[in-house]
Write a protein that binds this ligand. Structure first.
Ligand SMILES: O=C[C@H](O)[C@H](O)[C@H](O)COP(=O)(O)O
Length: 284
């Protein structure tokens, strides 16, 4: 059997590193190693199916989602780590002229700054209320493509732009759940500062039977965390998944002082999921 060793410490998952790597191969009837040129190293790389990191999976779905973008489109992009890869890819395609004249609607200061740094033209939702496309990530995706979103704190702006006719969600397979709320992680409710305690109590009453812990989101100094819209966030930690998400969403929405919640129901038109075995697209 041919044995193989690499003279470079670089990971096999990076083709750029591999291209400059000296590959040492030992053939079956020899005790000596020979150095092969890098083009052989690249072809050997193709024999491997390197295990992608979670960031690798996020980049994979981001690239796939960007296939939906055409020159001239007005589109929104979300906030957080997977959305960062979407914005980065759009910046790259614009830079190399593979996309032209797109305009982006960012959903947070973070995304706005990233897009600006990459030269992506931006506008406000009010300038173009009808978007061609929305691309965003999610915290949870259920079997009906309902979502939990907003753990990055951008839920209001995300919900406003994701009423677009085409809303493509990009996730790695760790985000898949049978029913929403079952991950044990927080579902967010954005509330106005003035009446956050009132809303906390109302939410406690609302989900008393469900088994839920409600907490105000705090910053590193233990003070209420203020999001981009200058509102506060109440975290809902459900002990088990939510029995009726439509009812839960409606009941949260009608509370006075609630600005928005992180249940994105019947909004996604397709979800692109990356896992160890590849990329899968689910359409509504
Ligand atoms: O406000 C944040 C967003 O709703 C994100 O979609 C969500 O938190 C997922 O983020 P990530 O891609 O970092 O897992």
């Amino acid at each position: 059997m041919t044995s193989l060793s690499l003279s470079s410490p670089h990971s096999l998952s990076s083709p750029h590193h591999i291209a400059s790597t000296h590959l040492l191969l030992r053939t079956p009837n020899s005790t000596k190693f020979r150095t092969f040129p890098h083009r052989i190293a690249v072809s050997v790389k193709a024999l491997f199916n390197p295990v992608l990191t979670q960031d690798g999976l996020k980049k994979l779905v981001a690239d796939k989602a960007v296939d939906n973008v055409r020159s001239g489109m007005i589109l929104s992009f979300g906030t957080d780590s997977t959305a960062d890869f979407v914005v980065a890819k759009l910046g790259e395609l614009l830079k190399f002229g593979q996309l032209k004249d797109i305009v982006g609607v960012p959903t947070s200061k973070r995304t706005e700054e990233q897009a600006c740094s990459l030269g992506i033209p931006l506008c406000f939702l009010g300038d173009n209320p009808h978007l061609d496309l929305a691309i965003d990530d999610a915290d949870e995706v259920d079997l009906d493509l309902n979502l939990v979103k907003g753990r990055g704190g951008a839920l209001l702006r995300e919900k406003m732009v994701e009423t677009s006719d085409k809303f493509v969600v990009v996730v790695d397979d760790t985000k898949l759940v049978t029913d929403l709320g079952g991950s044990g992680l927080a579902i967010l409710v954005e509330v106005v500062q003035l009446c956050w305690k009132y809303n906390l109590i109302k939410l406690q009453e609302l989900f008393k039977e469900e088994g839920c812990d409600e907490k105000l989101r705090l910053d590193a100094d233990g003070k209420p965390y203020v999001i981009d819209n200058l509102n506060y966030i109440v975290y809902l930690y459900f002990k088990t998944s939510i029995r009726d998400v439509l009812a839960a969403g409606a009941e949260i929405s009608v509370l006075e002082g609630v600005v928005e919640h992180g249940l994105f129901l019947n909004m996604a038109t397709s979800v692109i999921i990356a896992g160890k075995s590849g990329v899968e697209v689910k359409n509504k």
